[in-house]
Design a protein around this ligand. Structure first.
Ligand SMILES: Nc1ncnc2c1ncn2[C@@H]1O[C@H](COP(=O)(O)OP(=O)(O)OP(=O)(O)O)[C@@H](O)[C@H]1O
Length: 277
């Protein structure tokens, strides 16, 4: 196992530093590989994401982006390779343990949550949300009540940040596609994630809400230091948000660099951008 950062050849042992001594990369994936039957969906991927980066993950359909997200978020276990999150060994941890380390991904809201309000959806995302244990409710009612009040204050602050305050009493099922994306982000913030994997913010979302979501990502990154990895087919969004772009093709990292770097890479143009543009 080598320490090479994303996309650098195995022989290159360049070490990245992130300013403050002792500050670990948010994500450090080394040699992640996932096979489905005979097909290798993710093939020996190295990806290092530093604090405060916004990494755009692009590539043609079937390139392995979603599978890589699933490996990073713990939804899938790799066949081989290692994952560290904030310097802690995280290979094979389930999603809730990764969330405790600060890494989470947006999830499409489950159907059954459609019948809960926006505020209730955010409250439910909190780990050990108040009232979860009967024992606590029976034996420590005052502490449980206090925790409930604190969680509600926090959830309302988060709804304010994502711009959904006016919708707190609206059933999630009545939100638009874009508002649901904002709610998914709010749920990530409720678990205090410092790194959010964001899947397709623009797909099926009205243009003015795409703009609102993109502005929110920029604001969370700038003001809260939140790190993002974003899968997005909308090249304009990738260009706007990404401090670095990683291009996947056939399960592997094909190229990485600034948007201008990858956009002028002939391999990237022929395998992806030429079609996506
Ligand atoms: N659960 C699965 N079982 C079998 N094959 C799978 C499974 N999930 C993904 N694959 C295969 O792995 C490869 C990578 O798929 P993946 O969905 O990760 O690509 P992607 O880059 O996210 O594509 P898209 O942009 O279309 O979402 C594809 O060939 C896909 O058919």
């Amino acid at each position: 196992m080598t320490d090479r950062p994303t996309g650098t050849p195995p022989g290159d042992r360049a070490v990245r530093t992130y300013g403050e001594p002792g500050l670990h990369p948010r994500i450090e994936a080394r040699g992640l590989t996932k096979r489905f039957g005979g097909a290798t969906a993710v093939d020996d991927v190295y990806l290092t994401v530093g604090p405060g980066e916004v990494v755009g993950l692009i590539g043609p359909n079937g390139a392995g982006k979603t599978t890589l997200f699933n490996l990073l978020s713990g939804a899938l276990k790799p066949d081989s390779g290692e994952l560290n999150v904030n310097g802690v060994r995280a290979t094979r941890l389930p999603p809730h343990r990764l969330a405790k380390l600060g890494l989470t991904r947006t999830f499409q809201l489950a159907r059954e949550l459609d019948r809960l309000t926006t505020l209730e959806n955010v409250l439910l995302a909190a780990p050990n949300h108040p009232g979860e244990t009967l024992r606590g409710a029976f034996f420590e009612p005052r502490a449980t009540r206090r925790a409930e009040v604190e969680a509600t204050v926090k959830a309302r602050e988060i709804l304010e940040i994502v711009g959904l305050s006016a919708k707190e009493a609206t059933l999630a099922g009545h939100l638009s596609g874009g508002q649901k994306k904002l709610l998914e982000l709010a749920r990530c913030l409720m678990v205090d994630a410092d790194t959010i994997l964001l899947d397709e913010i623009a797909a099926g979302v009205a243009p003015h809400l795409v703009e609102e979501i993109a502005a929110l990502v920029e604001r969370l990154n700038r003001e809260h230091g939140t790190t993002f990895v974003i899968i997005e087919h909308n090249v304009g969004i990738i260009r706007r948000l990404s401090s670095r772009v990683v291009v996947m093709a056939r399960g592997a990292v094909l190229a990485e660099g600034s948007f201008a770097d990858v956009a002028s890479n002939p391999d990237v143009v022929s395998s992806y951008l030429g079609q996506a543009a």
